[in-house]
Design a binder for this molecule. Structure first.
Ligand code: ATR
Length: 289
């Protein structure tokens, strides 16, 4: 870490819980790599979100990441919100500048950058999203912006899938969106890419997948799981057995942080430095696996 002095810029993450976050590792790692005098800290905000935001302003903190459970609630304390964050309905990055708070959401762009790095494009593809929570929202906006041909939203609670569909249609009226139950996805045979956004596959549900009939994978090209720990969820393992290309959530986690770093510092990080940071994160997260 840099020598901390009177010019050190402070950034942080507000969340509850916060202790398992990998964000300090990513952000402080990039600062070290680029020789930028800044520090990123995790802040546990138990309940008083408004006080935390005002405190950040008062302490001249330059930027914040926001995660569970505050991504939506924080919006009411912001002065401005970027269009993509508005469409996603959640903010994960705040820049504090000239006493103003501006909110962004870098999740969709994070996933887009990781997919691009791996040579995967959503353009003109039929994409299926499993889940309809906050993470699904960002993926759906990415699909809408990426000119997908058809979007399927599959969720256990159909009303939530329909709410997500209606939110996306507010901004992307002509996007072809179909809501499906898990029982009905086996009737669809034109899915190219499937993105898993539920918590199934993550501890304590590591032996579970939202897909219980592996025939589903037969015609797919790519599956993405936003979970990164375990490295391969049951969903990814089942897909791999069918020869489908698999992408886990580590890249999305990394690139949403890179995007935030670039917004805060108004820079574009070189591909070479981005790769060094990614490999360091990968080593840290999977060194015991
Ligand atoms: P996040 O913000 O991380 O996306 P969330 O908003 O709580 O989290 O959304 C969780 C998603 O996982 C939802 O789509 C949820 O389905 P429901 O809307 O039906 O609750 C999905 N999910 C959670 N547990 C599930 C399970 N056992 N089977 C299928 N889907 C599940």
């Amino acid at each position: 870490m840099q020598n901390i002095n009177g010019k050190t810029k402070l950034y942080g993450l507000i969340a509850n819980p916060v202790e398992h976050t990998k964000s300090p590792l990513i952000h402080n790692g990039i600062s070290d790599l680029l020789g930028i005098n800044s520090v990123y800290l995790p802040f546990l905000v138990k309940d008083s979100l408004e006080e935390a935001i005002n405190g950040a302003k008062a302490l001249n903190i330059q930027g914040l990441n926001v995660t569970i459970p505050y991504k939506q609630d924080v919006i009411k304390y912001l002065d401005e919100i970027d269009q993509e964050a508005k469409e996603i309905g959640a903010v994960n990055t705040i820049i504090i500048k000239n006493d103003k708070l501006i909110g962004y959401n870098t999740d969709a762009r994070g996933l887009a950058r990781d997919c691009k790095r791996q040579g995967v494009s959503f353009d003109n593809k039929n994409v299926c999203i499993l889940g309809a929570g906050g993470a699904a929202n960002a993926v759906a906006i990415l699909c809408a912006k990426s000119n997908v041909n058809k979007l399927y939203i599959v969720n256990r609670t159909m009303s939530k899938a329909e709410t997500l569909r209606d939110m996306i249609r507010m901004y992307y009226k002509s996007l072809d969106i179909t809501c499906l139950s898990y029982d009905d996805i086996y009737k669809i045979d034109d899915i190219d890419i499937c993105v898993q956004t539920t918590s199934l596959g993550m501890s304590p549900y590591i032996d579970r997948s939202p897909i219980d009939n592996n025939e589903f994978f037969e015609k797919l090209e790519v599956v993405v799981d936003i979970v990164y720990n375990p490295r391969q969820t049951k969903f990814l393992k089942d897909a791999a057995k069918h020869g489908v290309m698999i992408i886990n959530g580590l890249g999305m986690l990394y690139y949403q942080a890179v995007e935030a770093y670039e917004i805060w510092n108004d820079i574009v990080i070189s591909d070479q430095d981005i790769e060094i940071g990614y490999l360091a994160l990968q080593d840290n997260v999977y060194s015991c696996n």
